[in-house]
Design a protein around this ligand. Sequence first.
Ligand code: TEU
Length: 585
Amino acid sequence: MSSPEQSRPQQATTSAAGRQIERAPGWWKSAVVYQIYPRSFADSNGDGVGDIPGITARVDHLADLGVDVVWLSPVYASPQDDNGYDISDYEDIDPTFGSLADLDALIEALHARGIKLVMDLVVNHTSDEHAWFAESRDPASAKRDWYWWRPARKGFTAGTEGAEPTNWASFFSGSAWQFDEQSGEYYLHLFSRKQPDLNWENPEVRQAVYAMMNRWVERGVDGFRMDVINLISKQPELRDAPAESGRAFVFAADEFANGPRLEEFLQEMNAAVGLDARQLLTVGEMPGSTIELARRVTDPANGELNMVFTFEHVGLDTQPGGSKWDIAELSLPRLKQNLAAWQEGLADVGWNSLYWDNHDQPRAVSRFGDDSPRHRVNSAKTLATVQHAHRGTPYVYQGEELGMTNTQFVDISAYRDIESVNYYAEATSLGLAPEQVLGSLAVRSRDNARTPVQWDDSSQAGFTQGIPWLPVNPNYVVVNAAAAVADPGSTFHHLRRLIELRHTLPVLVEGRFQLLLPDHEQIWALTRTLGDQVLVVVANCSSRPAVVPAGTVPDVRGAQLLLSTHEGGTTAELAPWESRVHLIG
Ligand code: TEU
């Protein structure tokens, strides 16, 4: 474990200089990012778990797709309680995934193909097995204050029911506080009990994090995706949230998210690591961020972050006031209008990130499209068109380029994700019918996104020579990379073309956004305008034919058709999930 004072890069197997890649100012605006969840990407050694050499062996798949950046979910040393989002050593690689030398080799392989690498930065919390926390467990230690330790609630005996310091619920069910018998106090964990929250009020914590980040930049990485970064500043009093009837613990976002020092911490980090000065890509995961906050955080004049991940559009298919498990019908007008509001809010200042899914969300084609055999390919393509046509940096989650779908587990024993497993236990103990809970999990479990990438139609989809840690989706025989690459009409080639367009058309990067037909229940239509060029995107986001009302979109007769899902046809009448992109001027 390195101390904050050390800021020298660790011994590398090859010279760090050889791993650097040029980063021009604002390069991330015309870039497309591809997210790799390493556990599920490619397994090189037959243990059933994906690893870094597995990724390195597949970099040509990414180069063929044309992406500019890889965001690598955590590969650091970890007990894997939350699949690596519980880090026990920020400066080492978990043996499950390989070694530092393997990571250096991956950086080299990516950079050799012009692809940059963005690391996941998980610094709202560490693992309880991190050396900092081990030290902090001792009340006399200098690191006691590096985490949030609190005595029992006044008038209660520590360790008994109701004695938790506040009524906050953890993201992963139950209380956000864990009692530590040894010291008689509790520590805060907004996620699992093996993920204690770091206390960012303590300047030593912040300096230790910045020093660690600097060492990664020196090692050759090109930026950071910052896990729940808006939780690093909390209301420091740590007080109860308003009680909710029937619930022992409540989701206290107003208390623990977007705290008063968030922007100060981000500015300090930016200066200490040279995030802007070194043209690094920075994207903050910010559940509960408003447009207003995102605009401030991504305003270049403020020196904080390049972009943030909003959660608003992935919350529209839940019941108002409910949790992610309380599923509701998605309204297309609300979805379009929400993305449009973010487009408008960040039009003059700041920058958007654009995503449909990631390792925490269901598969895009199953959630926003139609994953039935008849519509899977066209709906995956049309969703990609709509996403990439917005203004911002698009993120592609592994397998999205193949139109991979949600999985179909029928039994709780199939699930591996701690969030799903804990939710099932809690919800059924509160009396919810197991079938109802399994119904929610089938739609919403994070394991939907975590089944192995389907490379070909061989055994285990070519993901592993062994037994995969999570079962391969049985549809791999049809849905796989080898088939998609071989088929010029596949989602893979559609996405490849979209990425190519971004690299060649400034209007797609910078053009001003306008949503047309905001209330239409089937059609997603928009324009992007730059100088005398207008990009016209018309998409039928439904599994029924749709008619574009006359005179509602610009006349595209004579315009260049850049991309479409279907041969022939017109923009006036669209087949199910048909989309067309025209360029005027
Ligand atoms: O996710 C934070 C987050 O707010 C949610 O997506 C959360 O994981 C959950 O799905 C809410 O229902 C980040 C990571 O992306 C996630 O994988 C980690 O589990 C979490 O932080 C803790 O590090």
